[in-house]
Design a protein around this ligand. Structure first.
Ligand SMILES: Nc1ncnc2c1ncn2[C@@H]1O[C@H](COP(=O)(O)OP(=O)(O)OP(=O)(O)O)[C@@H](O)[C@H]1O
Length: 379
């Protein structure tokens, strides 16, 4: 059996999740292979981002990794133990370690419970603490996420979107987890509060020794927050590597298209579209061979027949493409040439400037000291 590496906390091996649709009296049953045969190791203490266009399986993969969804094939190893098919009773015990922060802070909090009760619930389920200790811990957690402890008696509807996301984060932290999945934690929030919540997550990650699995549509947020990035296309991971390596020189033609599509960002920009002809094919009937071949400029006959597997290219970066060597050569050649057009150069410099501003401009009212502010203080 394959060795479980020491620096790995969570690992997917041949992981798959298929959804069944239809199957009524007059409807044919169809199968959506939302995640199909994913091999992925999450390293202890890292932030691993999962990116890709809408519907490629990011949420399904993340949910399956922490067993919010049961896999239909493969293994999920947490600390070396397969949890893919653990009975519900054992999984309840493990839930303490594997937590989730949801995208929508409006629907993910029970409107009938006070904020104090919401944050206290995991403590009741997972600890032996008495009521007084639990209340003290709730007060501490609320303060830690930038809220006042007196807010514990209020209800979710009395809070803004950003504050509700802070409550969701406090609830996730309450059980002292090892891994948190943050599924688009800021995309439902106003742009003005996004940076605050991002900074909060980053600070908490180091303070609580967390491993973070991050799903986001905003490539600037991903670049800022993640150590490594996994790129998904139609249920498969097509490239994975250190964030700067992947952003600096993407090797899979799909990753290249995703990076090319970085638009000059505008407030409220929430979706990610690759710079490619045609739509993403249906996961009900994915293309044969390499799933990307129908949209790929590099594709040849082999790609339609033979599906590539992840191959280590440079360092620890892995790419699933028969043509990654050619892509690399093209990249090296292009680096030696001047930018193709003034417009392209301008687009990228505008993007860089925006991303720098967005990350450093946490509004001064932020209750959390931002990473940038801290750097300034130390300067
Ligand atoms: N409960 C479900 N039943 C049936 N199909 C589902 C279900 N959940 C997800 N799917 C399908 O699985 C595929 C992957 O969905 P998923 O939500 O994981 O993608 P995603 O990359 O996270 O998308 P987005 O960025 O839009 O959230 C999609 O085709 C989706 O329609």
């Amino acid at each position: 059996m394959k060795h479980f590496a020491q620096d790995t906390i969570l690992e997917a091996r041949g992981l798959g999740r298929t959804f069944t649709r239809g199957g009524g009296l007059f409807q044919q049953r169809t199968f959506v292979r939302a995640v199909d045969g994913v091999d992925l190791a999450v390293r202890r203490g890292e932030t691993l981002a999962i990116v890709g266009e809408s519907g490629c399986g990011k949420s399904t993969l993340a949910r399956t990794l922490v067993r919010l969804l049961e896999p239909t094939k493969g293994q999920v190893l947490y600390e070396g133990n397969d949890i893919a098919h653990l009975p519900a009773r054992d999984m309840r015990r493990l839930r303490k370690d594997l937590q989730f922060v949801f995208q929508d802070p409006f629907s993910s909090l029970n409107p009938r419970m006070t904020v104090g009760a919401i944050v206290e619930e995991p403590l009741t389920v997972h600890t032996q603490d008495n009521k007084t200790t639990r209340r003290q811990k709730v007060a501490g957690l609320l303060q830690r996420v930038g809220l006042r402890s007196s807010m514990a008696d209020r209800y979710p509807h009395e809070f803004s979107g950003g504050q509700r996301q802070r409550i969701g984060i406090a609830r996730a932290l309450a059980s002292d987890p090892s891994v948190i999945v943050a599924d688009e934690p800021v995309s439902a929030l106003d742009v003005s509060v996004q940076a605050q919540v991002i900074n909060l997550l980053e600070d908490l990650k180091s303070e609580f020794n967390l491993t973070l699995i991050l799903i986001a549509h905003d490539l600037a947020v991903i670049r800022h927050m993640s150590d490594r990035v996994a790129v998904m296309y139609l249920g498969e991971v097509v490239e994975i590597g250190d964030t700067e390596t992947v952003y600096g020189a993407p090797r899979h033609p799909y990753t290249q298209a995703l990076m090319r599509a970085i638009p000059v960002p505008a407030p409220g920009m929430r979706s990610m579209h690759a710079d490619l002809p045609g739509d993403i094919p249906s996961p009900l009937n994915p293309p044969s061979g390499c799933r990307f071949h129908t949209r790929c400029r590099q594709a040849d006959e082999r790609c339609g027949i033979d599906g590539p597997t992840l191959e280590t290219t440079d360092g620890t970066r892995q790419v699933a493409c028969h043509h990654w060597r050619k892509v690399t050569e093209d990249q090296t050649r292009q680096k030696q040439e001047p930018p193709r057009s003034v417009a392209t150069a301008k687009r990228f410099s505008l993007y860089r400037e925006w991303s720098r501003k967005k990350m450093s401009n946490g509004p001064s009212s932020s209750p959390v000291v931002t990473t940038t502010q801290r750097k300034d203080k130390n300067a």
